[in-house]
Write a protein that binds this ligand. Structure first.
Ligand SMILES: [Zn+2]
Length: 144
């Protein structure tokens, strides 16, 4: 496997406005994903994976451009998010992959299984094509 690009979602400016992602309590999705990403980078590097952390102040488009300017064929790119909802039934983990790509689907299923093995308390919401999101596609998934 090649290198791993890890993006902590949100935190950049979108149309001139700072994007915090979801907000809960006194923290934001952007802040929490930076903390999680830093833990993931340290863990992956301790296992001898080459990891590139995407700068935290980039917009979505800048993030994609930053990765694509540096990536090679064997690399993988992941962006981590956390959602928020007042409905506890929506709790759980989902991995989204680019639609109509069996290899990415298999990778998404493997990634979700690995996560759920380590954190069995998390309900699985499945590995899903990005066409099943509320937006109908995910910019990151379709362009990295
Ligand atoms: Zn998000």
């Amino acid at each position: 496997m090649g290198r791993i690009f890890l993006s902590a979602a949100h935190g950049g400016f979108e149309n001139g406005i700072l994007d915090p992602g979801s907000i809960a309590g006194n923290t934001t999705e952007a802040q929490e994903m930076i903390v999680l990403r830093d833990l993931m980078v340290a863990e992956l590097r301790s296992r001898n994976f080459e990891v590139l952390a995407v700068p935290d102040d980039l917009s979505q488009e800048q993030t994609i451009n930053w990765i694509n300017a540096r990536s090679r064929q064997s690399d993988v790119a992941l962006e981590i998010h956390t959602g928020s909802s007042t409905d506890p039934a929506t709790r759980g983990s989902t991995v989204y992959y680019i639609a109509n790509n069996d290899q990415r689907k298999a990778h998404g299923e493997l990634l979700l299984l690995a996560l759920l093995r380590r954190v069995p308390e998390l309900p699985s919401r499945g590995a899903k094509p990005d066409t099943q999101t509320g937006l109908g596609s995910l910019i990151f998934v379709g362009n990295c």
